[in-house]
Design a binder for this molecule. Structure first.
Ligand SMILES: Cc1cc2nc3c(=O)[nH]c(=O)nc-3n(C[C@H](O)[C@H](O)[C@H](O)COP(=O)(O)OP(=O)(O)OC[C@H]3O[C@@H](n4cnc5c(N)ncnc54)[C@H](O)[C@@H]3O)c2cc1C
Length: 458
């Protein structure tokens, strides 16, 4: 058995790395990160393929709700090593490209359709019944029947791959742009665009190494020798405070942070949680995202040259989103005339996807939506499946989480991060990093944790 570690962290993604870096910064005592994969960064890791294209696990962009997180990122990069971008996001509705957010740029739809959307919004404004507590009904109330049917419902069905009537509405605040009907009318009449909404209207991206470069740098700060890669936890004995590793080896600890998906953590615990808690954790809902990256020789078509990403609600393609990844950094592609598209396709028990056949379906989808033409030459195809990709904000989620967290707290275990806290609304990189940091602060000086419970902003 190795010597006792004051702070044990399971998982070396953004949450675990931020916790470790904060502990190191506070001089809190020794920590150890145990990571099952062969690299740090978790879902925010990046990869370089054999042809020299860099890929993320889906289009990651960095934006932040927290000045401390900004300061952390700034401290990791020399000036110029982080590129700044203004979002250029679009939705493809039928054969039309509409700037995001769609509800604020209706003028890009045929006139009749656009004004029908406005009429739908007006009808809902006059609706005096109680506000809906399920996402599908909420979308109709917020956007009107026409716009909901045109974009909100088909797009969300595609991205979540989950029945929308089982999703709650508490997560929506800064994830879906609201509606100002007077302004929409005015913009439509005056043919004006309104594309500046949202926390990600500008975003940053590392010049080199993809999104994963952020977390590689933070790993260096947390101490490379304090990270054990390719190490699979087998049991977390919370009576003895000992982690048992697959293949032998035990790590005694004082405090433990888990960033694993909650059901995986529950399966590790010894003594095993009561059946009721295990069932609650097993019933937490999530989807899977299949990422297909296409590396291309040549130059992107004119209309894609300034674009960041595009949403696809339609059935003509399997993906829900495509990022023009070469636009994020010239170093995302090999030297020479190359460009790249990064596609994301969701799957779940409700929307199965044939992963093997997907790359071909993605190519067909790119042709059907005009992203690629016959003359485009794909020289590389990169695939990755994120088994746990989006934690679904199901209507009964918070009730489940309350009971699970109460049990974990009694066992001296904190679970944080995208799938450790299971709250989509605080599941981005900035939120996850803040959850890790707040945990470290609590361990070191009794600070209060707010973010993992859903406090999205500073
Ligand atoms: C498709 C997609 C697009 C996204 N886009 C954005 C974006 O644009 N902007 C943004 O800010 N965020 C984005 N995110 C979210 C971002 O990836 C997460 O915020 C972040 O990765 C969460 O960090 P984490 O440490 O909580 O979890 P993870 O990144 O999941 O890290 C958990 C770590 O635990 C390890 N682990 C799991 N099980 C075990 C085990 N049993 N034993 C040991 N280790 C284990 C994993 O290998 C992983 O390294 C996106 C996510 C996805 C899936």
């Amino acid at each position: 058995m190795s010597r006792r570690i004051p702070f044990l962290i399971l998982g070396a993604g953004p949450t675990g790395l931020s916790a470790a870096a904060r502990l190191a910064e506070c001089g809190a005592g020794e920590h150890l990160l145990v990571e099952k994969s062969d690299r740090v960064g978790g879902l925010a890791a990046s990869f370089r393929d054999a042809r020299g294209f860099t890929w993320d696990i889906g289009g990651h962009v960095l934006f932040s709700h927290y000045p401390v997180f900004d300061a952390l990122v700034n401290s990791l990069f020399a000036p110029g090593a982080m590129l700044e971008h203004t979002r250029s996001a679009w939705a493809r509705i039928g054969a039309h490209w509409v700037p995001y957010p769609v509800q604020r740029n209706l003028r890009h739809l045929p006139r009749g359709t656009a004004w029908a959307c406005v009429d739908g919004l007006q009808r809902e404004r006059e609706n005096r019944s109680a506000p809906p507590d399920r996402f599908d009904a909420w979308a109709v109330r917020a956007f009107g029947r026409e716009l909901a049917d045109l974009f909100m419902l088909p797009y969300n069905r595609k991205v979540w791959a989950w029945p929308l009537e089982r999703m709650g509405v508490d997560w929506i605040a800064d994830r879906v742009a609201g509606v100002d009907l007077e302004k929409i009318r005015e913009d439509l009449a005056l043919e004006r665009d309104d594309t500046g909404w949202g926390p990600n209207r500008t975003f940053r991206f590392p010049r080199s190494g993809g999104t994963g470069a952020i977390w590689e740098r933070l790993a260096a700060r947390a101490g490379r020798d304090r990270i054990r890669l390719n190490a699979l936890p087998e049991k977390l004995d919370t009576d003895r405070r000992v982690l048992r590793l697959a293949g032998g080896g035990e790590v005694p600890y004082d405090h433990v942070l888990s960033t694993l998906p909650l059901p995986s953590l529950c399966a590790l615990l010894l003594p095993s949680p009561p059946d009721s808690v295990r069932r609650l954790a097993a019933g937490l809902e999530y989807n899977t995202v299949h990422v297909v990256g296409i590396g291309l020789r040549g130059r992107p078509p004119e209309f894609l040259r300034g674009r960041s990403w595009m949403y696809f609600p339609g059935d003509e393609c399997p993906f829900y989103r495509v990022t023009v990844f070469s636009n994020y950094s010239p170093e995302n592609v090999p030297e020479g005339p190359y460009w790249s598209l990064l596609t994301e396709t969701s799957a779940s028990i409700h929307r199965p996807v044939d992963a093997e056949a997907l790359p071909r379906a993605v190519m067909r989808g790119c042709m059907a939506t005009g992203l690629l033409g016959e003359a485009d030459e794909a020289v590389s195809t990169w695939t990755w499946t994120a088994g746990h990709a989006y934690p679904i904000p199901a209507a009964d989620r918070d009730r489940r989480l309350e009971e699970i967290f109460a049990h974990l707290e009694r066992r001296g275990v904190q679970s944080r991060g995208r799938f450790g806290a299971w709250r989509y609304e605080v599941g981005n990189q900035d939120h996850s990093a803040m959850q890790g940091r707040e945990w470290a602060d609590r361990m070191v000086n009794g600070g209060q944790e707010r973010v993992y419970r859903g406090a999205a902003g500073a």
